[in-house]
Design a protein around this ligand. Structure first.
Ligand code: CUA
Length: 356
């Protein structure tokens, strides 16, 4: 035994300098990775542990109970796993203690887990039923329609149709009707609520409120694989005070108001855009793509992929599949196989940006 130990020790001695040098070499990059991960963890726009919506608030009630109970179970089981084998191990003159068939133990370790599960069940069921409750009569109705690869939002009572940027008032329950026109998508705003699938031919529902108004939007994401650009199917949720929301809804319900010349609108209406897009108050009444009546008021385009700036709009209109793989909007620029000249695209961009 001693010989083996000494031999091992010697090998260790010889290996140690190399190992230390190896460790030193990796220490700096490792520390950087850990620091980067820690920093990334600080900003968590897609974290479900933020409680910014009534749904998440409800889910966290049983979550705490389960977390604490699971923590206690973890500590007790780990301690027992380490301590008991040492306490009852075989010793000189003593066999390891056998407890197989001990009725008292069997009863105790059946009753305790059953009790734990029952304790967890009470707040869990309570939350499940609360989340399933019918929304109140004054709930704001929003239809969310999934398309490959963007979200359409309709407010049937307000006569508002928009895309990829959902606006809601703080504290008011929103009654969401979730649908899809093609494949299964999933509606998910991690900081506000859990995810619910959007299934073609079927209305799924969920209701929750956003707890507070804030300048920064919440990020949403399709959470069901739905094809090439599933990862690029994003949306934003803007939470306003009641007055700001009413102001927004009123502006959105109006027909287009364009500050640019009639010629720009005519150029837009002469382009292929109107086959798929609607601009209320004009002949453009397509429904395959997002409603553009107030596109100038949105912060992003391409389902949250690009900022709504003239340069990004140009990239998007010129060749959208090059920006977003699988995009159903064909390239428009002549240089990419479309029909529009650079000049025409610039005029259309000016027009779209003016549609506030
Ligand atoms: Cu839609 Cu994934």
């Amino acid at each position: 035994m001693r010989a083996v130990l000494t031999a091992r020790h010697r090998t260790g001695d010889r290996a140690r300098p190399g190992t230390t040098r190896g460790l030193r070499r990796w220490a700096a990059p490792l520390a950087l990775v850990v620091l980067a991960l820690a920093l990334v963890g600080c900003d968590a726009p897609m974290s479900t542990s933020e409680i910014e919506g009534s749904w998440n608030k409800e889910v966290w009630k049983p979550y705490w109970v389960i977390l604490i109970l699971a923590g206690i179970v973890f500590v007790v089981i780990m301690a027992a796993t380490l301590v008991l084998p040492l306490m009852y191990r075989e010793r000189p003159g003593r066999e390891a203690r056998q407890i197989h068939g001990n009725t008292k133990f069997e009863v105790v370790w059946t009753i305790i887990p059953v009790a734990i599960v029952l304790i967890m069940m009470v707040p869990t069921l309570d939350s499940v039923f609360k989340l399933d409750e019918k929304p109140p009569a004054n709930a704001l109705k929003v239809e969310v329609i999934g398309h490959q690869w963007w979200f359409e939002f309709r407010y049937p009572d307000l006569d508002v149709v928009t895309a990829n940027e959902l606006h809601v008032p703080e504290g008011r329950v929103v009654d969401y009707a979730l649908r899809s026109v093609d494949v299964i998508h999933s509606f998910w705003v991690p900081q506000l609520a859990g995810k619910v699938d959007m299934v073609p031919g079927r209305d799924n529902r969920m209701a929750f409120s956003a707890l507070r108004a804030r300048a920064e939007p919440y990020l949403g994401q399709c959470a069901e694989f739905c094809g090439t650009s599933h990862a690029n199917m994003r949306f934003r949720v803007f939470v306003h005070t009641a007055e700001d929301f009413d102001r927004w809804a009123k502006a959105e319900a109006a027909d287009r108001v364009s500050s640019v010349s009639r010629t720009a609108e005519e150029a837009f209406l002469a382009a292929p855009c109107l086959g798929c897009h609607t601009v209320r108050g004009t002949d453009a009444a397509g429904i395959a793509g997002p409603d553009l009546t107030h596109i100038g008021a949105r912060t992003t385009i391409g389902s949250g992929l690009l900022d709504n700036t003239p340069a990004e709009l140009k990239r998007w209109i010129a060749n959208s599949p090059a920006v977003k793989p699988g995009s159903k909007m064909p390239p428009m620029a002549q240089s990419a196989g479309g029909t529009l000249t650079d000049e025409q695209i610039n005029v259309i961009i000016g027009y779209l940006q003016s549609l506030k």
